[in-house]
Design a protein around this ligand. Sequence first.
Ligand code: HEM
Length: 242
Amino acid sequence: MTTPTTATPQQRGTGHQGPRWWQRPWILPLTLFSVAFLVFAVPPYLGLDPAQARLPAPESLAWHYPVLVTHIFGGALLTLLVILQVWPWLRSRYPAMHRWSGRVYVFAGIPLVGVPALLISPVSSSGFSTQVSNTLWAVLWLSFTVLGYAMARRRRFADHRAWMLRSFALLYGIALNRVVIVVMLLVSLPRLEASYGGDEAALTEAIAPASSFLSWVLPLLFVEWWLQYRRPRRRRTGAATS
Ligand code: HEM
């Protein structure tokens, strides 16, 4: 049994109400990054004016804009919900809120974000490779989210956590996409004249597939690393100290 004098700093800091936000310092940057992304990405769509869209819609597809806007508004909601889901203090202090916001994440996310993403992916104006990347991204997000929910229903909570973290990683792909595009542009710009004859549109077209793939593959790899190498270390520490 662990007495208060033998408790680890981790245990003392955690208490029965869960760790404070400053003991999980990533929650603040994650929140700021999410809000900054939403402030940048969502406003062009608030007026419901297709002319303001950043994404060129295929002209012949009248359904594209309503589906895209549904996806974006749903995506904004889910981006905020993820913060609630991964915030350790809120999760341990208000478990009912974790369960309810989790249900909204799954049951609003699938029809409002995942299915619309799957519909617009194959018609992306950024070319075939981007269409393949986007479609795979949407299929994986839907699969991971359904698996995460199914694991919770079966009370397999370790598996639930792993699949939901993968789902969250893919959800953040769109926000990371902004960072990836800027980095790729900075790397490619010195070759604008030599490789693309000064044609900026050709350069953007060339980096679109790579930036699309990297945007969701990188956060997914990060989560896999986290699950493989961070969790066992914490378990070993816990086993040694309990
Ligand atoms: C669940 C993971 C997600 C997937 C698989 C996904 C997929 C997609 C796809 C395929 C497109 C169209 C890209 C194209 O035609 O080239 C798109 C556009 C867009 N998505 Fe998502 N998305 C996801 C999450 C989100 C989230 C959480 C938001 C938050 C608001 C969001 C906001 C947007 C925006 C704003 C656009 C339009 C592009 C722009 O204005 O720059 N998406 N998404």
